[in-house]
Design a protein around this ligand. Sequence first.
Ligand code: ADP
Ligand code: MG
Ligand code: MG
Length: 888
Amino acid sequence: PQYVFDFTEGHRDDKDLLGGKGANLAEMTRLGLPVPPGFTISTEACRYYLNTGREPDTMAGEVGANLARLQEKIGKRLGDPEDPLLVSVRSGAKFSMPGMMETVLNVGLTDISVIGLAARSGDERFAWDSYRRLVQMYGKTVLGIDGGHFDERIEARKKARKVDADVDLDVSDMKRLVDEFKDIVLDESGRPFPQDPRQQLDLAVCAVFESWNTERAKLYRRQERIPDDLGTAVNVCAMVFGNLGPDSGTGVAFTRDPATGAQGVYGDYLPNAQGEDVVAGIRNTLSLADLERIDKASYDELLRIMETLERHYLDLCDIEFTIERGKLWMLQTRVGKRTPAAAFRVAAQLVDEGLIDDDEALRRVRGEQLAQLMFPQFDPAAPREVIAAGMAASPGAAVGKAAFDSATAIAWAEAGEDVILVRRETNPDDLGGMVAARGVLTSRGGKTSHAAVVARGMGRTCVVGVEALRVDPRAKAFTTSDGTKVTEGDVISIDGGTGEVFLGEVPVVPSAVVGALQGNDEPVGDRQEVVDAVLRLMRHADARRRLGVLANADTADDARRARSLGAQGIGLCRTEHMFLGPRRKVVERLILARGDDQRAAALDELRPLQRRDFAEILEAMDGLPVTIRLLDPPLHEFLPDLTDLSVRVAVAEATGSPDQDAADLLAEVQRLHEQNPMLGMRGVRLGLMIPELFELQVRAIAEAAVDLKTQGRDPRPEIMVPLVAAVQELESVRDMAEATIGEVVHDAGVELSVPIGTMIELPRAAMTAKQIAEAADFFSFGTNDLTQTTWGFSRDDVEAAFFPKYLERGVFGVSPFESIDAEGVGRLVSIAAWEGKEARPDLKVGICGEHGGDPDSVHFFESIQLDYVSCSPFRIPVARLEAGRARV
Ligand code: ADP
Ligand code: MG
Ligand code: MG
């Protein structure tokens, strides 16, 4: 195969072979934009190298041929002593990837060619500055030498010269630095800096190949679920020089503002500098407006090119450019990253500008971005002081007093304080503190660290891996790299959407997007364009989607909120909370009743309460389905705590006043005690053991519905039986329910049909879906429990215990509780849905469980043609958007 491709040979769609950077360099070349000539060594060559430990036999020859062509085009030879061609060697994988080797500039400079370069350019300082950059970058990236060694020498030089900036060092300083840097290379790597230009090039290429497998790159790929076997391409590009004096410079630009999405170009420019200086923040950059003043011609051309790129890529592009003595060169472009607000705004703008259609706009935004916009946010207008930044691990805006251990966090939270728990990293001992805190901040770990996984699971705001923080748990303080010190009790703010950490309290404002989604049309100032864009894309998503979107809501308040956010009913109304609190005692009496009288008394007490519960919810969802799940939790949740009770009985006995009632109760509780309650007496099993419980619920549902009907309302209850494993279980409940509903309806003389269906949350239920469908009007997959029962682990126990390790080892790329495990759990869902519908074509099939609000899961449920997803009220808009996206 061909391993090396000239920039004129590639195409933007060749990312697999040429990497993202290479494909786009080729595309710009094809468009006739001013790209310095060069060539790309393919990912295939890299894969060959990584598999065999050596380059493909034909590669050196191809590199030679391409280099020869490049030399001819430019009219210079690589490293020529008189007039050297210099090149950059740049990594570039299909997906951009931190942790891989970056770029080496000025390859081809040697002790001899630097003199030629000085003579030709007429700028000796420039030539030696370029050389010292080469030795420095080569040492760092190719030879892996700690960059600190080089930085120290530069600092020492500046100090000796009593100057502040690199640009103030003169040619003699640069010469001296080159000597010092070469010594560092020799000392640290044991070999002198290579003086053969082609050898410099070849070694740099191999270093790029090998950087594919650095630990950081591997970790990043596991986290982002990027396959390990793609390899990286290497781009070799003729150098252009931004450091040739004040009429030269380098910059980055965006075709629109990637932070706000505002129209109009945006960028930074640094005169008399080479590429990496802009990012490194060595000097303060100028704006593009400044460039317009400095060099109008280059500025105008840059604008023309940006326009060309936007019209070509039909999207916001980011750009790297360099100006060499008044001549503009393009060094990179790609479709630019952007904030969630900008994503929506830009997508809507592009439709208005006639560049893309509504379907394409929908493809350009993601549910996760919408979710970000729905969190309360730090007031954009408020002043703030960023003291550090890390990885955004779990969204939200949290403000609180810094606490450095779990106990303090818990104590303060109980006293009504807002707390941010600050740790180097968290472990299962920190769980209590994480629950108590508003937010969690760690200095170590990545997106799959314990802190990140657990915080996401609990919905806590979380920022991890803030390397600039030095956390000292003993001193109960942290310091940042700029010297800011925060001690226990100081207020800090953290942004789980951006990863930023602020000193003091930054005011939090409610999300304008949530208000607008709920139909509130008050003006929202500078958020207006974002809000309009969201509403518009939501309308299109609703028009496109096939999946229904329902809510998991247990109270009338939740039901109203869900409805205002677009829920088409309730897919899961849990009833357990209706039996806890003060009512728990009554349930206890029901369970422990001796004789019918006691039982009847307890039931009489509960029935009116239940009826009111259901009436409120049915009223809030008038005209829409409300799927009510009969009581699900294990028995023991309604009984006194075994340990407490044992102590009470023992104490009573020891003090010589035995309590017979308590002793009897204890005996009963012991009898009912379960080793493994989650797999014990719960769900339909409980309903069959204590039939009065389910009967009570069904009667209350029917009565509430009948009442509302008589008042002219349109209640649509559906009854759902939990934890069914066998059709016989469902049939028993169904017989009871139909009889009960029949009685109520008959007495009231109104018409009411109540569908009766089942949760599918046990593998056996999924595998016998055909039979179960005969007795069910609908299936609702309880994917939380189905995940637990399919994997055989309990969420509460495993998430903190070993998920971080599993994620790190790549057992799964994302927690199966966050995103449906399509191959395992998802396969069960798909088989059961299919076979259920085969047995009964009008069977309604949906899912309830947190997966209903997870974007990837929604796409999966669309692909297996479920009828609806049901999720928590706050995720409804996300599910609507993704259900639409799954169809375009
Ligand atoms: P990254 O992916 O880290 O941006 P790049 O390969 O784009 O790495 O290069 C790093 C810096 O060097 C960028 O600012 C880029 O514009 C600059 N650069 C790369 N190649 C050249 C070149 N041939 N001439 C001048 N500057 C270059
Ligand atoms: Mg770049
Ligand atoms: Mg369940």
